[in-house]
Ligand binder design. Structure first.
Ligand code: DGY
Length: 323
């Protein structure tokens, strides 16, 4: 049987690349640079499957094609707001993602950011590294206690629930939840969480807010100037979801005028470019999209893609189909 032709758009963990090459006629991206829109269009005309990541912006440009050869986009990652789903679906292309296998690690990183901003760890690290530390003193880099505080979680899917577990069972935090649909009582009960009707009602009650909703047009600037104004001046905001969920200009102003206490970001609108307005804010910790960046998660994500491809090309319904 002829093996399906598969293009991997970025470098993947070696064990996954090896497994992929066993079952498919695989072309790997050894230079690990993002494909240009033109290269992506060409790929859609020449490969049976393309395996994109968040760095591949698969908008209309890539899909103005007559009859693409590609039958499946097996995304390496859980979020797929970088894919124009309506356009892809119009061409009859199946899309899959990689849920579950990165939820714990992404929640770990959200908790890392929460602790870093609350305890001013980023500022402290910069001070030591730059030789500015003058020694212990009672008023030096005094942060905020985390234990027992209220955490608002926006988006109560797999990652949001893992975040709640860490915060509630590890730090005794009270959990408030905002989610577009009703969350089952038994799920809320796992962390003694309370679902709040809307974001505007949730924000003023929280000491910390962590975003775990999808990105894309429907959630663009969900956190805007007026919502930032609803947060308490001593509250912190964490984003490991997608950059576009926050209006970054409004965020930089909230930080600058100290209408909120601090922010931890792992994702940025238009990343890897960073809005210059964010660069000079001290009470901000920025990480380079590390949510799922553990050896375990990155391998498991790749194996999940391989499973989806095997299902698809062997005539079974792929487990993680999203369209
Ligand atoms: C994900 O899985 O969505 C990560 O953010 C990487 O894309």
């Amino acid at each position: 049987m002829v093996k399906p032709k598969v293009l991997v758009t970025r470098r993947w963990p070696a064990a996954v690349e090896a497994r992929l090459s066993e079952s498919f006629d695989t072309v790997l991206n050894t230079s690990d640079t993002p494909l240009t829109p033109e290269e992506f269009r060409t790929a859609l005309q020449n490969y049976d499957a393309v395996l994109p990541t968040v760095t591949d912006r698969i908008g209309n440009l890539a899909l103005e094609l007559e009859r693409p050869q590609t039958k499946i986009l097996a995304n390496y990652g859980v979020g797929y707001s970088h894919i124009d789903m309506a356009g892809v679906t119009r061409h009859g292309i199946t899309v899959t993602n990689t849920p579950d296998v990165l939820s714990e690690c992404t929640a770990d990183l959200a908790m890392t950011l929460l602790l870093m901003v609350a305890r001013r760890a980023g500022e402290g690290e910069r001070e030591v590294r730059e030789g500015r530390w003058t020694g212990w003193r009672p008023t030096h880099l005094v942060g905020t206690k985390v234990s027992g505080k209220t955490l608002g979680i926006i988006g109560y899917g797999r990652i949001g629930q893992q975040m709640a577990k860490r915060a509630h069972h590890g730090f005794g935090m009270k959990i408030l939840v905002q989610n577009r649909s009703r969350v089952a009582p038994e799920i809320l009960a796992q962390c003694n969480a309370t679902q709040v009707d809307n974001i505007d009602a949730l924000l003023p009650q929280c000491d910390f807010v962590s975003l775990h909703c999808p990105g894309g047009a429907q959630n663009r600037h969900l956190i805007n100037a007026s919502r930032l104004n609803l947060m308490k001046p001593d509250a912190f905001l964490i984003n490991t979801a997608r950059g576009e969920v926050i209006d970054e200009l409004a965020l930089s102003q909230a930080l600058w005028f100290e209408t909120i206490a601090g922010v931890g970001l792992d994702v940025f609108d238009g990343e890897p470019n960073i809005n210059p307005a964010l660069m000079n804010c001290d009470n901000l910790v920025m990480l380079p999209h590390l949510g799922s960046a553990t050896r375990e998660s990155r391998e498991a994500m790749g194996f999940r893609v391989v499973d989806n491809l095997c299902d698809f090309f062997q005539g079974r319904e792929p487990r993680d189909r999203v369209n």
